[in-house]
Design a protein around this ligand. Structure first.
Ligand SMILES: *Cc1c(COP(=O)(O)O)cnc(C)c1O
Length: 389
């Protein structure tokens, strides 16, 4: 469908030559809650396919539509639907695929609130099993007659392990399960799961795609037969709509996405290479490092690496981790990631001990989101803070 279109074109001009854009370099933002019709009959006809006509902005909006077309093209999907947050997209997608009595298989460590949402669904009779597996055959013992969906994230949350996407998607397809994958880490610039057999891809737009820490949004992309029903039902009924204004900011974020991802990759790897050699660091979890246990697999399914990764300080003393984090001057302390600014987050400092133990998070685990600052400045900051601790 999209073979002859390159990603930088999609991020720039693709979809923008509609008559309504009037040739504007930046397409107008349609800040409208509703759209009117010349006759009652015209409105009635539009309502029969609300996902394809502009009626009301909780359903469709031209600016949001333009963003959807670009994101679908980047993921090589037939359709995409944008939401007011990544969790809006994830909860609607999961809800559209399961019914009472169904079972979900979660592969490896996924974003915390996604697991929380699956636990929430237990009150509606939907169960799930989380499995850590390198080989699809290991899932044969957990799959049930009622299993409907395989949910995965690669690289995995916090640990950045790599899952063999093609192998697991094939396993799921052979058993009639729908595979949903969170591709937020790599962005469609570096990884295209639909081309590897995944059925639906979800993203938080709040990270690299927005890229400037100034918006919250989400998207699901895939075949029309799966995206259309959820756009007409879960999207409309849960109401997690993306505003035209936020869509306009995401369109602007996309313009620089390919170059930002190159810059993030380069800086992230430089910082990771510095940490690998540092005596106070036990391990660095970055799939782009040759020493990463699944580096070869990563190269086989990704065309690049983003700049969020974790490392483990060589200590079991929480106070020492705290002194290190507080001593950083360029890395700011906060949640989220993927923006222009470098961020640090040590989960052991912000998670209750019992929760940390069940999640298997070591005391010394630190996550970095390497921003667009000079790598030398960031490395000097880390070197100084490691001396302090
Ligand atoms: C942030 C994040 C989400 C959720 O996105 P929101 O826009 O915050 O709702 C989902 N998956 C991953 C991997 C994330 O990092």
């Amino acid at each position: 469908m999209y073979e002859h279109i390159d990603d930088s074109w999609i991020c720039g001009r693709y979809g923008e030559d509609e008559p309504w854009t009037l040739g504007a370099v930046n397409p107008p933002v349609f800040e409208n809650s509703l759209f009117t019709f010349p006759t009652a009959r015209a409105l009635s006809e539009a309502l029969t396919a609300e996902d394809e006509n502009y009626v009301y902005s909780r359903g469709t909006n031209p600016t949001v539509d333009l963003l959807q077309r670009k994101l679908a093209a980047l993921e090589r999907a037939e359709r995409a639907k944008c939401f007011g947050s990544g969790m809006g997209a994830i909860s609607a997608t999961i809800s559209s695929l399961v019914s009472a009595g169904d079972h979900v298989i979660v592969l490896g460590a996924v974003y915390g609130p996604t697991t929380q949402f699956l636990r929430y669904l237990e009150k509606f009779g939907v169960s799930h099993t989380t499995v850590h597996a390198d080989n699809p055959a290991e899932l044969d013992s957990v799959v049930k007659q009622s299993s409907r969906m395989l949910y995965l994230e690669s690289p995995s949350y916090m640990r950045y392990g790599i899952i063999d996407i093609r192998a697991f998607a094939t396993w799921a397809r052979d058993r009639g399960l729908t595979t949903v994958m969170d591709n937020t880490w790599a962005t469609p610039i570096f990884q295209k799961p639909l081309t590897m057999g995944v059925d639906l891809v979800v993203h938080s737009l709040s990270k690299y795609i927005g890229g400037h820490s100034d918006l919250v949004g989400g998207v699901v992309a895939g075949p029309a037969r799966l995206v259309r029903p959820l756009a007409l039902t879960e999207y409309q009924l849960y109401g997690a709509a993306l505003s035209a204004h936020e869509a306009g900011k995401a369109i602007r974020g996309l313009r620089t996405l390919p170059v930002r991802m190159q810059a993030h990759q380069e800086r992230g790897l430089k910082v990771a290479e510095f940490l690998v050699k540092h005596p106070a660091i036990r391990t660095v979890n970055h799939p782009g490092l040759p020493g990463h246990p699944q580096h070869e697999l990563a190269l086989a399914q990704m065309t690049g690496f983003s700049s969020v990764f974790s490392f483990e300080m060589d200590t079991d003393d929480l106070a020492e981790v705290g002194r290190f984090v507080d001593a950083l001057r360029h890395f700011r302390i906060g949640v989220s990631w993927g923006g222009h600014e470098s961020l640090v987050n040590a989960p052991a400092l912000t998670t209750e001990e019992s929760v940390r133990a069940t999640m298997g998070i070591p005391v010394g685990l630190v996550r970095l989101s390497v921003g667009l600052e000079d790598a030398g400045t960031l490395i000097a900051d880390l070197a100084d803070a490691l001396k302090t601790s």
